[in-house]
Design a protein around this ligand. Structure first.
Ligand SMILES: C[S@@+](CC[C@H](N)C(=O)[O-])C[C@H]1O[C@@H](n2cnc3c(N)ncnc32)[C@H](O)[C@@H]1O
Length: 217
C-alpha cells in the first residue's frame, strides 16, 4: 500500500517546518540512499526473520525502502511532508510499496492492535521527551520476538560540532535505551566512535550508540 497520510499541524517553528526546510534545501538525499549500516547488519543476523517493519523518523526513505526491497511489509513515519514525498518517489523508482505516514512522533500512535516484527529508529534527533515517547511507542508496537533497533549520536557527540545536534538533550545515552527496553531482551548496547559514510550530512568520525533488543516470544 503506497500512501502518505498527514496527521499533524505545521507551524513555522515546528519540527515539521524545520525538517521540511532542511530537506527542501538539500540537492541530494542528505543521508544518502543506502540503508543504515547497523540496520543492515541486524537484518543479516541468522536469528533475524522479521516480515514486517515500522521505521520511525524514516526521512526521505533510504531505510524503509531498503527494508521493503528485502521483502518486508513496511510502515514508515516521518514528520516532514517534503521528506515523505521524496521517500515515495524513491519507493516508486525502486519498485516497492511502503505505507508512509506524515506525522509527529510527539503524538502519533499506531492503530490499536497493530504490531511489527522490527521497529527501527535511526537518527531521530529529537529532545529527550520526544525520544522517550518514540521509544515507548516503539517498544509497545513490537510483536512477540520483534526487534527494536536504534542508532543515533551519543552524548559524547556534543563535543564534536561538525555533525549532528550540539544540544546534549538531543543526544542519546544507553541508560535511556535500557530503561525504554524494560521487558525486552537486550541483544546489543554499544557506544563508541565510528566512521560514518551516509550521504552528505553523516560523513566522518562520530560518537554513536547502537542498540538492539527483542520482545520475548
Ligand atoms: C537525521 S534525519 C534521519 C532520517 C532517517 N532516519 C535516515 O536515517 O535517513 C531525522 C529525521 O527525523 C525526523 N523527525 C524529527 N522530528 C520528528 C518528529 N517529531 N516526528 C517524526 N519525525 C521526526 C525528521 O523529519 C528527519 O527525517
Amino acid at each position: 500500500m503506497e500512501r502518505a497520510l498527514t496527521t499533524m499541524s505545521h507551524g513555522e517553528g515546528s519540527a515539521a517546518a524545520r525538517w521540511d526546510r532542511r530537506y527542501s534545501a538539500a540537492a541530494q538525499p542528505p543521508f544518502g540512499e543506502a540503508p543504515n549500516d547497523y540496520l543492515r547488519r541486524v537484518c543479516a543476523r541468522p536469528d533475524f526473520a522479521a516480515q514486517t517493519a515500522l521505521s520511525l523518523a524514516d526521512g526521505d526513505g533510504r531505510n524503509g525502502c531498503w527494508l521493503a526491497e528485502q521483502g518486508l511489509a513496511v510502515t514508515a513515519v516521518d514528520v516532514s511532508a517534503v521528506a515523505t514525498e521524496r521517500a515515495l518517489a524513491l519507493d516508486s523508482r525502486r519498485g516497492v510499496a511502503v505505507e508512509r505516514v506524515t506525522a509527529d512522533l510527539a503524538d502519533w500512535t499506531p492503530q490499536a492492535g497493530r504490531a511489527w516484527d522490527l521497529v527501527a529508529i535511526i537518527y531521530l534527533q529529537g529532545t529527550s521527551v520526544l525520544r522517550r515517547r518514540a521509544l515507548e511507542v516503539a517498544a509497545a508496537a513490537l510483536a512477540p520476538g520483534g526487534w527494536l533497533v536504534v542508532e543515533g549520536f551519543s552524548k559524547a557527540q556534543a563535543m564534536r560540532p561538525d555533525m549532528g545536534p550540539d544540544d546534549p538533550d538531543r543526544l542519546y545515552d544507553l541508560d535511556e535505551l535500557r530503561a525504554a527496553a524494560k521487558g525486552l531482551e537486550v541483544v546489543e548496547a554499544w557506544t563508541g566512535r565510528l566512521r560514518l559514510d551516509e550521504g552528505t550530512r553523516h560523513q566522518g568520525e562520530a560518537e554513536v550508540i547502537r542498540f538492539a533488543a527483542r520482545r520475548p516470544l
